[in-house]
Design a protein around this ligand. Structure first.
Ligand code: HEC
Length: 193
């Protein structure tokens, strides 16, 4: 009986220690990971991060040629969200991940379709990933943010990506973004207390 209790106690302690280890590891999980070529690795689990919003620029409203006709679903790691809510700033190492999601093929000329809820646009297949990373050492020349494209197509996406040249991405964010290179005006969750 006594032995059983001891074994039970030891097993309990081991589980608690493992859980603690996992938490300790998790707390750093939100930081960007770089491979030995200096490329950013595609984060995992991002669809379970904090969802910021989905701007939509459909082809029908862009002469049939939207650069990104999909929903732009934007996510931020929960740890980063917590820090942002406390400080009102994007911490060093912030990753903003934008996953593109096609609208389901429409029956109307403007690409819309009718569902029981009404006529409109409805989210369909995933179709690409863009990422912005705040790192004042690597990206001092483009206002501390680097930009990455992991493919504009159906998954699987590239597992790592090189930073895009400033003129390809950062410049437009420098010129037009709302706050610290981010279009916060579209992400209500960042603007409400
Ligand atoms: C012509 C301007 C322009 C260019 C060029 C551009 N972006 Fe953006 N980007 C925007 C706008 C506007 C938004 C927010 C609205 C939207 O998604 O339509 C945005 C949003 C984002 C977001 C979500 C976070 C945020 O800042 O709001 C990421 C990530 C992003 N862009 C990455 C990229 C990458 C990577 C490239 C280059 C491959 C790029 N962008 C090029 C204008 C631009």
């Amino acid at each position: 009986m006594k032995t059983r209790l001891t074994i039970g106690l030891l097993a309990g302690m081991a589980t608690a220690m493992m859980a603690y280890g996992a938490t300790a590891q998790q707390s750093d999980d939100w930081k960007p990971k770089w491979n030995d070529k200096g490329e950013l690795e595609l984060p995992t689990g991002y669809r379970e991060w904090v969802y910021l919003g989905s701007p939509l620029t459909p082809n029908a409203l862009n002469g049939g040629e939207a650069g990104f006709p999909e929903y732009h679903n934007v996510y931020m790691h929960p740890e980063v969200y917590k820090i942002y809510k406390e400080t009102n700033e994007f911490p060093e190492g912030t990753i903003l991940l934008k996953e593109l999601q096609l609208t389901i093929k429409g029956d109307e000329e403007d690409g819309s379709r009718t569902e029981v809820s009404g006529r409109g646009y409805f989210p369909g297949a995933y179709n690409g990933i863009d990422i912005a990373v705040k790192d004042s050492t690597r990206f001092a020349d483009s206002q501390n943010w680097g930009y990455f494209n992991f493919g504009h197509h159906a998954p699987p996406y590239a597992q790592s990506a090189m930073a895009a040249p400033t003129e390809a991405c950062a410049q437009c964010h420098i010129d037009s973004a709302t706050k610290d290179m981010v279009f916060t005006k579209f992400y209500q969750i960042l603007n409400t207390k």
